[in-house]
Design a protein around this ligand. Sequence first.
Ligand SMILES: *[C@@H]1O[C@H](CO)[C@@H](O)[C@H](O)[C@H]1NC(C)=O
Ligand SMILES: *[C@@H]1O[C@H](CO)[C@@H](O)[C@H](O)[C@H]1NC(C)=O
Ligand SMILES: *[C@@H]1O[C@H](CO)[C@@H](O)[C@H](O)[C@H]1NC(C)=O
Ligand SMILES: *[C@@H]1O[C@H](CO)[C@@H](O)[C@H](O)[C@H]1NC(C)=O
Ligand SMILES: *[C@@H]1O[C@H](CO)[C@@H](O)[C@H](O)[C@H]1NC(C)=O
Ligand SMILES: *[C@@H]1O[C@H](CO)[C@@H](O)[C@H](O)[C@H]1NC(C)=O
Ligand SMILES: *[C@@H]1O[C@H](CO)[C@@H](O)[C@H](O)[C@H]1NC(C)=O
Length: 418
Amino acid sequence: MTTQPPPDRRLSQLIFAVALTSLLVLGMVRVVFESLKNKGSINVVDLLKLQNHRVVRLPITVSDDEVIPDDCNVFEGKWIWDNISAPHYTEESCSYLVKQVTCRRNGRTDSNYQNWRWQPSACNLPRFNALKLLEILRNKRLMFVGDSIQRGMFDSMVCLVQSVLEDRKKSLVRIPPRKIFRAEEYNATIEFYWAPFIVESNSDHATNHSVLRRFVKLGSIDNHSKQWEGVDILVFESYIWWMYKPLINATYGSLDKVDEYNVTTAYRLAMETWGNWIEKSINPSSQTVFFMSMSPTHLWSWEWEAGTDGNCFSETQPIQKPIIYWGTGSNLDIMRRIKKVIGKLKIKVRLLNITQLSKYRKDGHTSVYGERKGKLLTKEERADPKTYADCIHWCLPGVPDTWNQILYAHILQDYHTS
Ligand SMILES: *[C@@H]1O[C@H](CO)[C@@H](O)[C@H](O)[C@H]1NC(C)=O
Ligand SMILES: *[C@@H]1O[C@H](CO)[C@@H](O)[C@H](O)[C@H]1NC(C)=O
Ligand SMILES: *[C@@H]1O[C@H](CO)[C@@H](O)[C@H](O)[C@H]1NC(C)=O
Ligand SMILES: *[C@@H]1O[C@H](CO)[C@@H](O)[C@H](O)[C@H]1NC(C)=O
Ligand SMILES: *[C@@H]1O[C@H](CO)[C@@H](O)[C@H](O)[C@H]1NC(C)=O
Ligand SMILES: *[C@@H]1O[C@H](CO)[C@@H](O)[C@H](O)[C@H]1NC(C)=O
Ligand SMILES: *[C@@H]1O[C@H](CO)[C@@H](O)[C@H](O)[C@H]1NC(C)=O
């Protein structure tokens, strides 16, 4: 008999190593790069204009078929080929897209990955309507908090809404650790806040943070959370940065005593710190909170095709088998912790469980058509997808648009019932 560790143990150890090379370095450098490009600032004239802005709220009609029935689990369903309604925008039509995600422009030759629509089994998702969303967001802030995966969701949301706004009535500024998209006529903002562990860590500086020698302050959140105070709609996410080694250096309480924590334990403690903030600070009658489940990775092709030895590179079709397929990259132990912490909160936080539906999308990653260390891959690197394919981040237009469509469905529903 063999003495090898069981396959899932082997794989779960592997993800730590692969995640390190393909994601973390890349994410960091991109933030540096973006901050260098940031010349934007908000001037006083703009602020005055906003203050004098008298607005008339247009009534929004939400028809019955835009409302998700209570008994419909929108996360259960399948991907349907639909080159009529998807994508909602193109690389050309959304100038806010960063180079990291414009896979076609970066050399990807297939485009089918843009033409799939998520179809829940028991109901339909409402079609995304940017004008309705902006109207709901009038005088409000929508903020995405998390890592570079979450930044992709922010980028997608900006592209989904921006086409209905005139050029001079919209802007995107980078004020690290935030990116702020502003729709002036609506006095609405869509924002991204960089906090890869949600709680504080030495990776929080958006432009100069530790990637390899990271440690997390499991009990500290105030330096971040003071910038989330009063935000109308908050969407949190944190996962891949924890998945570097089975243990992680962290402090809890006293900041000078660093210990190695089991990642699962550390994640739970961080979630509890976050949960305490939620209970202390969120006003449920005016604020809404969402938590995104983990974005899945596609680092090993044998998970969906036995006997192969690749990754997401050159995949052009979603997984269509009608099987429940989870994959080793998405840690179920951590999923259970998230569920438990959220379940115990006195404030309602909705978990958007996008892991399974995204897991079908082995075709949606940036692969070799993204960036590494702030630069597009070289020809030589592209020729070596085993080392260089990024099977963590997603192309846009693409899978994160569906996450936003689901988020939109919830926001619309809240508006309808309020
Ligand atoms: C849409 O897909 C159908 C079926 O695959 C194909 O016949 C048609 O040419 C496609 N249309 C466009 C505009 O790509
Ligand atoms: C504009 O939006 C901000 C932030 O959501 C809000 O605090 C402010 O009251 C709004 N301004 C007006 C004139 O409603
Ligand atoms: C980045 O941070 C390190 C450690 O905190 C510091 O030594 C270094 O000077 C910083 N670099 C820049 C460019 O600010
Ligand atoms: C919060 O930020 C301040 C100023 O940047 C810093 O001095 C302090 O150490 C931070 N707090 C924690 C708990 O890291
Ligand atoms: C924790 O930090 C120590 C000292 O820097 C280092 O030797 C150790 O490898 C780190 N542990 C982990 C799990 O990164
Ligand atoms: C971490 O904790 C989990 C759950 O308690 C356990 O299954 C796992 O084996 C632990 N990992 C390590 C490296 O100790
Ligand atoms: C999310 O969905 C998956 C598969 O559909 C399921 O196994 C998991 O338990 C769900 N997570 C939570 C927290 O409900």
